[in-house]
Design a protein. Structure first.
Length: 202
């Protein structure tokens, strides 16, 4: 419900409503994760909540302090990466299509690099971690894999919109947020499906 109100506020150009609902998105999702988990203190759930908390801090800070927000989202992706590698993997190897993330990162940095100025190194570091997170999501169930993919889409749109504003992406703010919310929701749902299956098999 919070997500619907937030996205509606963006579409209807209601900046105050959008600003007030954005900080509620990740707490709502974290609450759903905790209450839906069969074992609330399991390492997977704890890591998921940590990633959502870091994402929430990123949501709150990035409109005002871009670099600070970028750092917290970087930490969130690291938390997800640890979660995927240590707790949610159901395949031994990355899927073949995960190589597309490395190719896309090279293309994106080639396009954006000249426009990032002093942020070039942080943007490169962020892109590497984001691509690694999405690639290792391919080892998890399909919900987590799709969540990782949509995160790449969302952050790519955000980067293009910030560093190449003349690109003129239609409904940029809406597309960034709808893919971001979908990414986080799919990862949480995939985490819950994995945990329920693990507990049931045990």
């Amino acid at each position: 419900m919070v997500a619907v109100i937030h996205l509606g506020a963006i579409l209807l150009s209601l900046p105050v409503a959008a600003e007030w609902t954005k900080p509620l998105l990740m707490p709502a999702l974290a609450t759903g994760l905790i209450w839906g988990a069969p074992e609330r203190r399991s390492p997977a759930v704890v890591l998921g909540v940590v990633a959502l908390f870091l994402s929430w801090v990123g949501d709150v800070t990035i409109p005002w302090w871009f670099v600070v927000g970028l750092v917290f989202f970087l930490l969130a992706h690291i938390a997800y990466l640890v979660l995927f590698v240590t707790r949610l993997a159901v395949r031994r190897r990355l899927q073949w299509w995960a190589a597309a993330y490395a190719a896309w990162l090279i293309v994106l940095l080639t396009i954006l690099g000249p426009h990032t100025g002093s942020l070039l190194i942080p943007v490169i570091a962020y892109g590497i971690v984001l691509s690694a997170m999405a690639a290792f999501a391919s080892r998890c169930n399909r919900w987590v894999a799709w969540g990782g993919a949509l995160f790449v889409v969302s952050d790519s749109l955000l980067a293009i919109n910030r560093f190449l504003p003349d690109a003129g992406i239609p409904l940029a703010d809406f597309l960034i947020m709808v893919t971001y919310i979908a990414a986080q929701t799919l990862i949480v749902w995939g985490l819950l499906r994995h945990e329920r299956a693990r507990v049931a098999s045990a």
